[in-house]
Design a protein around this ligand. Structure first.
Ligand code: AMP
Ligand code: MG
Length: 354
């Protein structure tokens, strides 16, 4: 990975856990790593912090190799290549969750959008605007309901539909944050945070007892926050068109594809942050709330404000939202009404949704 590429990806990184080093006297164990095409920071306080950070770093690298569809030896590449494959129980559960979230969101989230993502060049960085005929052909195969999952003793068999490939890029970092939580908990870390390029998890509170402050980046100003959330034991996952994009002929094209059109979603939202409580487990290899937040942040960005709020109001899943809209508003759902701080001078109008 060249420095240029690293920098380009680093700059749009969005949710930042603030005040990591400014709290308490104790020096935390910390690591900054580059994986899954993004910069990740891990912080853990306490005597086993060092071990927790090291174990999490290794786990991130393992998951990167397991889930990256551009890595020819990954389980996902093998499945994409063959169309049907026996997979580990971990990959089986993650695909199962992805399919469930696909149905739950009316396929605003759909992992079989992979060939469309590739057609735009987001897997190779050779960006291009595909022609309509190409997109129409590819879109015929986008439907995660065509995936067949057959559970076995240890793992199972996954069969994709005809000409389908899958992309777990919209969910992999969320699952990784679930695994990081389990590792932190098993190590007995009472205070820590992880930030995986827009996927934030905070464990406990800060060592001085105050809540973690998680900044939701202003999509229009990479050095400012649109809002700061005060959280403990929670996930906060952001999707935004500003995180990865290219410009061509005066138009901007970003990486979150609307499976209904094949084009980058144009729903009037600049970013969606999904917040949900920690899983609380110490062994979990099952996808949890980090995975859910990641799937929903992508999906709700595609849906747009109205549908996103309807989905939140349906109450089928427990989460809260921060929506930054293209017309200058920050909409916060009521569960976060007492947990957010407006960003002074940001120019946004703040609203609570009920
Ligand atoms: P996120 O940053 O979590 O919103 O995920 C964006 C990534 O997910 C993209 O870079 C693609 O790899 C993939 N992706 C893009 N559009 C979709 C979609 N509608 N459903 C599922 N995955 C998507
Ligand atoms: Mg996502």
């Amino acid at each position: 990975m060249s420095w240029m590429k690293q920098m380009r990806i680093l700059l749009p990184a969005l949710v930042l856990a603030l005040g990591l080093s400014a709290c308490g006297e104790e020096t935390p164990a910390q690591a900054e790593i580059f994986a899954m095409d993004t910069v990740m920071t891990l912080t853990a306080y306490g005597k086993d912090g060092e071990q927790a950070v090291n174990d999490t770093r290794q786990e991130i690298q393992r998951l990167d190799r397991l889930l990256d569809r551009t890595e020819s030896s990954s389980e996902i590449s093998q499945l994409n290549e063959r169309g049907s494959a026996a997979v580990s129980s971990e990959v089986f559960s993650l695909i199962q969750s992805a399919v469930t979230y696909g149905s739950a969101t009316g396929h605003a989230f759909d992992i079989t959008v992979a060939p469309v993502v590739s057609a735009w060049g987001f897997t190779t960085d050779h960006y291009q605007v595909p022609d309509q005929a190409t997109l129409s052909t590819l879109l015929r195969h986008v439907d995660s309901d065509q995936i067949t999952l057959l559970a076995g003793e240890d793992g199972g068999t996954v069969a994709l539909g005809q000409d389908q490939t899958i992309d777990l890029g919209g969910i992999a970092k969320g699952y990784t944050s679930d695994r990081a939580e389990a590792i932190f908990r098993a190590a007995g870390v009472e205070s820590g945070s992880i930030s995986l390029g827009g996927n934030v998890y905070v464990q406990g509170s800060k060592p001085d007892g105050s809540l973690w402050r998680v900044a939701v980046q202003d999509p229009q100003n990479s050095s400012a926050a649109a809002v700061v959330l005060e959280l403990s034991d929670a996930y906060a996952v952001t999707s935004g068109g500003y995180q990865r994009y290219f410009d061509q002929d005066g138009k901007r094209y970003h990486h979150i594809i609307d499976p209904a059109t094949g084009f980058p979603a144009d729903s009037g939202l600049l970013s969606v942050t999904v917040v949900a409580p920690a899983n609380g487990d110490t062994d979990g290899t099952q996808p949890g709330n980090g995975t859910m937040c990641d799937a929903f942040s992508t999906a709700l960005f595609v849906m747009g404000e109205e549908k996103a709020l309807d989905f939140w109001r349906s109450g089928d899943y427990a989460f809260d939202l921060v929506l930054v809209t293209g017309d200058g508003r920050v909409v916060v759902t009521e569960g976060l009404a007492d947990s957010f701080e407006q960003s002074e001078g940001s120019g946004y109008a703040y609203e609570i949704a009920h």
